[in-house]
Ligand binder design. Structure first.
Ligand code: T6T
Length: 322
């Protein structure tokens, strides 16, 4: 049986419980259907779900099968295990969002050595040359945009901080870097530094309330992804500081949008996960078909506020299911 006809499987890791649901059906018996695997940064994250939906749609249009898997936590050791099992199933191409630029280098290099075409979607590696293409948002630019939004709401300046995930996450670290560079150029603002919330909203909430008890006059916070933003908003509300602290969060998950509506978050920087996914499939297909590939593709972002949330901002909100 050829590798192409073995099976078409979709495996979702569910929530934090680590349960696996496997739905599999026979492949097109002897047909030459190609297989693409998508390895998410973490399962259940609406950014990666939105990307998955677009990957499946684009792959269907190309007549390609997709196997999506994600670790139960944003953790390179868990993601490596997922990747290793994907590699063992011998897909033709892998789209992957590495959870750590250094720790995921060797496992992804190993996948490429097996002859699998690698496309980096969203996050990157210390040495991305192993991949035929990297498709991602302008993360440095998005961080700078977050500062400009905070400044607009606090023209007189004041204390600001960044709520990131972990050192080593290429995307969110680049957002923090863009934010830091913008703050450094403005003498009216004092940068209190970066906190690492481990992609855990409860941790972000705890860090935020602690930051507010140290510095009760914080005027702005930039939370660098969906979970950091959700938790930071909770912390600000717990400290009853929502009228004072302007929170700008990256991403646009449905819970973040609710926090924008209730006034705990003032702006969200929505990425284009669907475009990243679609472009990623196209680059993988180019590589598989021997066509030219584009090594770097930068996708856009959009600032969503209460003012445009129900008009042209609405289409930027992420999906919870395909
Ligand atoms: O912000 C996205 C993604 O770009 C980042 O690499 C990790 O966090 C998200 O998935 C949102 O949770």
């Amino acid at each position: 049986m050829s590798k192409k006809s073995r099976r078409v499987a979709t495996i979702f890791a569910i929530g934090g419980a680590g349960a696996l649901v496997l739905s599999a059906c026979s492949g097109a018996g002897g047909s030459d259907t190609k297989e693409i695997a998508f390895v998410q940064g973490v399962a259940g994250d609406e950014f990666y779900i939105s990307m998955q939906c677009a990957i499946e749609q684009e792959a269907a249009a190309e007549g390609v099968a997709v196997n999506t898997q994600g670790p139960t936590q944003f953790d390179p050791s868990l993601q490596k295990t997922v990747l290793d099992s994907v590699v063992a199933s011998r897909p033709d191409a892998i789209l992957i969002a590495p959870t750590d630029a250094t720790a995921m280098q060797a496992p992804i290099d190993a996948a490429a050595r097996q002859g699998i075409e690698v496309v980096l979607v969203d996050a990157t590696l210390d040495d991305p040359s192993v991949a035929v293409s990297h498709v991602a948002s302008d993360n440095v630019g998005g961080g700078a945009e977050a500062f400009h939004a905070i400044k607009q709401m606090n023209p007189e300046g004041g204390k600001v901080l960044a709520m990131d995930l972990y050192p080593g996450v290429s995307t969110t670290n680049a957002r923090t870097e863009g934010f830091e560079q913008a703050v450094a150029q403005d003498p009216d603002f004092e940068y209190l530094g970066v906190q690492y919330s481990h992609n855990d909203p409860a941790e972000a909430a705890r860090l935020m309330t602690a930051a507010l008890s140290r510095d009760p006059d914080i005027v702005g916070v930039f939370a660098t992804n969906l979970f950091a933003s959700e938790g930071t908003a909770t912390g600000i509300r717990q400290a009853n500081a929502q009228d004072q602290v302007k929170l700008v969060g990256f991403d646009a998950g449905p819970a973040q949008v609710n926090q924008l509506r209730d006034g705990t978050v003032q702006a969200l920087i929505a990425q284009e996960p669907a475009t990243i996914g679609k472009d990623g499939v196209q680059q993988a297909m180019n590589a598989l078909d021997g066509n030219p590939v584009t090594s770097d593709i930068q996708t856009g972002f959009r600032v969503i506020t209460a003012d445009n949330l129900d008009t042209d901002g609405a289409e930027w909100v992420y999906r919870s299911a395909c």
